[in-house]
Design a protein around this ligand. Structure first.
Ligand code: PLP
Length: 435
């Protein structure tokens, strides 16, 4: 590949100066591996950014995109239509929990979150509860980068520069991570009572009549892989239902098989009112996100007035033909290869926890095919040790993600035992080599 000038592209969520001094550029990808511009193979231990669930370059998805581009490159969904988003919405509704039969499309997870916020406020208003405009998020949760999602989110590094322009009217629940409880496999046994803060502190403070929705990511992946304790999400559901507050699950990462079911909602046996999704719906091949909506919410919008537009919201590319074609092909592939079953989940858990005892390791966490190892921070240099581990893993042909002082793992669902061995074998070697 010819040399590229790296100066002009302002890279997102990247230390641009460090990257441009020592770039990591991939030229192609197939299955579990990237090939760099230098021709080196690198194992994708993070499904790139928690999204390439079917692996890279899968022929049915690639062919579907190619075919669709030649047939109908674009038609908008503003008062016009084409069959694909209807077909895709039907497929998604069939995978969603019972009673969640309607789907609104966006291009990203961030847009899905802002869409869900507008839906929640709109729904209450149409039912004569227009005072319900407040939201409740959670510390260390990540809901994307638009103003709504940044405001709901609880990762302080993402919020601090924008404090003055974040939305008012948002409270945050405590995060679910207990630093005293380490090396827990899957969900901790106790801790459901963390959800009681909603009823004991936040609702009495504002009154339920002012609260539209509680928004949580079932597993806070980008927040460092924080797994909820058993019963926590069910407790949130009970409290929300008792007070007429909507519950939104942000399943941008936990959806599409990550936890061994189509959605975390099914894994945990808890049905929210809205589910936001993105990433794995197309296995990362084309941007696509959306919101899955409980029937009663959709029906409220449809029944509110005799005629006219029901929801003043949408994106130019909502339901883009290429994205829908990619998603339909990805869903076919997930079904054909039974990828949502993740038979290697137990092996993955063992591999994550086998890192216990290696230098600097202070915690290991996992659920489904998401895991993390937490390292002790270097005094005065938080994050430096995990970042160095990430760079060394890359040099040795494995891609993982540093989050603070944790290293996150989220392999494509097609990973075989040999891939897990490579991923965790290289990680272990690197941990041993760190100062
Ligand atoms: N919500 C969650 C839980 C996420 O993990 C992410 C991205 O990682 C988002 C929302 C934002 O999605 P996007 O980057 O597609 O806007």
């Amino acid at each position: 590949m010819r040399d590229v000038d790296l100066r002009h592209y302002w890279m997102p969520f990247t230390d641009n100066r460090r990257f441009k001094a020592q770039p990591r550029l991939v030229a192609s990808a197939e299955g579990m591996y990237y090939t760099t511009v230098e021709g080196k193979k690198v194992l994708d231990g993070l499904a790139t950014l928690w999204c390439v669930n079917a692996g890279h370059g899968r022929t049915p998805i690639v062919e579907a995109i190619r075919r669709q581009a030649g047939e109908l490159d674009f038609a908008s969904s503003f008062g016009l239509g084409h069959p694909l988003p209807f077909a895709l919405a039907e497929r998604i509704a069939a995978l969603a929990p019972a009673g969640m039969g309607h789907v609104f499309f966006t291009n990203s997870g961030s847009e899905a979150i802002d869409t869900a916020m507008k839906m929640a406020v709109g729904y209450h208003r149409l039912r004569g509860e227009g005072t319900r405009t407040r939201f409740v998020g959670r510390e260390r949760s990540y809901h994307g980068v638009n103003i709504g999602g940044t405001s709901l989110g609880g990762v302080s590094a993402n919020r601090k520069a924008y404090s003055g322009i974040l939305m008012p009217g948002i409270d945050h629940l405590r995060h679910t991570h207990d630093p005293q409880r380490r090396f827990v496999r899957g969900c901790a046994e106790n801790g459901a009572q963390l959800a009681d803060e909603l009823e004991e502190r936040i609702i009495p403070l504002h009154d339920a009549s002012n609260i539209a929705a509680v928004v949580v990511d079932p597993v806070s992946a980008s927040g460092g892989v924080l797994v909820p304790p058993k019963g926590y999400l069910a407790r949130l559901r009970e409290i929300c239902s008792r007070h007429g507050i909507l519950l939104v699950f942000d399943e941008v990462i936990t959806g599409w098989g990550r936890l061994g079911a189509p959605f975390a909602a099914q894994h945990f046996g808890v049905v929210p009112d809205l589910i936001t999704f993105a990433k794995g719906i197309t296995s990362g091949a084309v941007p696509l996100g959306g919101v899955i909506v409980r029937n009663e919410i959709y029906d409220t919008f449809m029944g509110a007035q005799a005629a006219g537009m029901e929801f003043f919201h949408g994106y130019t590319y909502s339901g883009h033909p290429l994205a829908c074609a990619a998603a339909l092909a990805a869903l076919d592939l997930y079904a054909e290869e039974k990828l949502f079953d993740i038979p290697l989940a137990a092996a993955f858990e063992d591999a994550v926890h086998a890192l216990k005892g290696l230098p600097h390791v202070v915690d290991c966490r996992n659920l489904g095919f998401i895991g993390a190892v937490e390292l002790a921070a270097r005094p005065g240099a938080p994050g430096a040790r995990a970042y160095e581990a990430f760079e060394k893993c890359w040099e040795r042909g494995v891609f993982v993600r540093p989050i603070g002082d944790a290293l996150a793992f989220c392999p494509p669902l097609i990973a075989e035992k040999k891939h897990l061995e490579e991923l965790f074998g290289v990680t272990a070697e690197v941990l041993k080599s760190l100062s």
